[in-house]
Design a protein around this ligand. Structure first.
Ligand SMILES: [Zn+2]
Length: 267
């Protein structure tokens, strides 16, 4: 049975095509595919070698590899890959040159370093985004996606909302973290752990905290007094308590509260 009848996308090889293969494959190797529109390189190679039993004279076995050839590959393959130029220089097919470089010399085609590749992608993406039509299309798509999620009562990322907030757990924590000066996901998950350790209770008043409503992040030692954005220096309190405490230390805040109570009891 003909292998190609299995796949609808590949039509049966005609006699004319086979004739072209027989005539040109031995000399031209994989380049014979240029004579056969609609046939790719590997299809031609497969047909010629497996079905017609042809052998390319450009195959690597027929080539007497010299140290010079290896040097060419060593110097040029990592950057250029198995280019036609290299293959012609050595006198083999591109496939043979590539196979030799990879298997025998253990070379890898690395047209760019990882850093270069990232930069290359960044430039490409930026160039694409500079196209106003593309940008508009993307922005509209994004907008409609977010609208659909928010209409369905979900976070903009599609996850379920966290308590009374309009966002999911992580995005809510990220937005709270950004007000504290760190909008990373890592910081967000850290402050969520604190919230769970506190069992959703305010550290100052003992009230139940509701994310999106009254939960607020407080610096135990205020930032203006040298407190840092560290997990040890953070606690969850109600928004009211946080506003009242302001930039006071806990001790100062307690004295302040006592003074208020004392004053009211006097009158
Ligand atoms: Zn989300």
């Amino acid at each position: 049975m003909d292998l190609y009848t299995k796949s609808k996308s590949r039509s049966r090889w005609t006699e004319e095509e086979d004739e072209i293969l027989k005539q040109h494959y031995p000399n031209e190797g994989e380049h014979v595919s240029k004579r056969l529109p609609g046939r790719c390189v590997s299809c031609c190679m497969h047909r010629a070698t497996r079905y017609l039993g042809l052998q390319s004279l450009r195959k690597s076995q027929d080539h007497n590899w010299t140290e010079e050839d290896y040097d060419i590959l060593r110097h040029r393959y990592p950057r250029e890959g198995a280019s036609q130029e290299i293959a012609d220089l050595i006198g083999v097919s591109r496939i043979a040159a590539g196979a030799m470089a990879r298997t025998k010399l253990g070379l890898r085609w690395q047209p760019m370093s990882k850093k270069e590749l990232l930069e290359h992608r960044r430039i490409k993406a930026r160039r694409k985004y500079a196209n106003p039509d593309y940008r508009k299309r993307i922005q509209e798509k994004e907008k409609s996606r977010r609208m659909a999620y928010s209409n369905a009562g979900l976070c903009r990322c599609g996850r379920e909302r966290f308590y009374d907030s309009a966002q999911c757990k992580l995005h809510w924590a990220v937005s709270v973290g950004s007000t504290a000066g760190n909008s990373s996901n890592k910081f967000a998950s850290k402050i969520l752990i604190i919230l769970e350790k506190q069992d959703y209770k305010c550290m100052l008043t003992g009230k139940t905290l509701i994310p999106g409503d009254n939960a607020s992040l407080d610096h135990i030692i205020p930032k203006v007094k040298g407190g840092i954005n560290n997990v040890e220096n953070l606690q969850w309190v109600t928004l009211q308590a946080n506003r009242a405490k302001g930039v006071m230390l806990l001790q100062e805040f307690l004295i302040f509260c006592k003074r208020v109570i004392a004053h009211h009891e006097e009158n």
